[in-house]
Write a protein of this length. Structure first.
Length: 241
């Protein structure tokens, strides 16, 4: 943005030197349109990213509750089947935690996700077999819906993690930031010298705002983190030991 402002300033000074009668003020309408659009897109992307962050936080708690409920309902299955299914649950939870702990390492995260899906299938098949072998139908009525919810939330979280603002919108936001910087530099060219303070302040404020939007949009890769909410899964792991 500092470079864009400098380019705008040089263009303005060059135009003013070649045509001293040029009035820079007449382009104020264009400036207002660009900055208005920049503010609109910034507000739109910030609002959307904030809402998606709130949803992702809620889904972590929802998954912890779903796994915890299903784990408790293992008690309704046949006594002989419970130890093996409980061990599968522990392994499954470890892999679900690993999926997001290794999120910045895409290969490791995807491998953990695949393993978790395999463990899901194993838990389901063993639970169904145990229910069929049990003469009491109440076991199925309690256990299988809990497993359904546990499986469904993993798909929901996976898709929510991959859902972001359109790349076109983010590119437009950055383009408008550069355009605004260039117009600011051009407007500044009416002065014989650059105002370093204004250049730095404007660039810092807009850049920080864009960074916050991107950080909200990708909370596993920046300063804003979901690790505080991940504690729900860590605490659940402690209760399952």
């Amino acid at each position: 943005m500092l470079v864009a402002m400098d380019i705008g300033y040089r263009i303005g000074r060059k135009r003013k030197s070649s045509d001293p009668q040029t009035s820079i003020e007449v382009i104020g309408t264009v400036d207002a349109a660009v900055f208005g659009l920049l503010g609109l897109i910034l507000a739109f992307t910030f609002s959307g990213a904030s809402e998606r962050l709130v949803v992702r936080r809620a889904q972590i708690v929802q998954e912890a509750n779903a796994i915890g409920t299903a784990y408790l309902r293992i008690d309704v299955l046949a006594q002989s089947d419970q130890p093996a299914i409980r061990e599968l649950f522990r392994s499954y939870l470890e892999k679900r935690i690993e999926v997001f702990d290794q999120f910045t390492h895409q290969a490791a995260s995807n491998a953990a996700l695949e393993k978790a899906e395999q463990l899901q299938r194993d838990i389901w098949s063993r639970s169904v077999a145990s229910c069929r072998a049990d003469s009491k139908p109440d076991a199925c009525l309690l256990m299988l819906p809990a497993l359904n919810e546990m499986i469904d939330i993993t798909t929901t979280r996976t898709m929510a993690t991959r859902t972001h603002a359109s790349g076109v919108i983010l590119a437009l936001l950055i383009l408008l930031a550069f355009a605004g910087a260039m117009l600011s530099g051009y407007a500044m060219s009416r002065q014989p010298k650059r105002s370093i303070v204004h250049m730095l302040l404007f660039s810092l404020v807009v850049s920080a705002s864009v960074y916050v939007v991107l950080d909200l949009e990708y909370p596993r890769a920046g300063v804003i983190s979901l690790q505080s909410m991940d504690q729900a899964l860590y605490q659940l792991r402690e209760t399952m030991k």
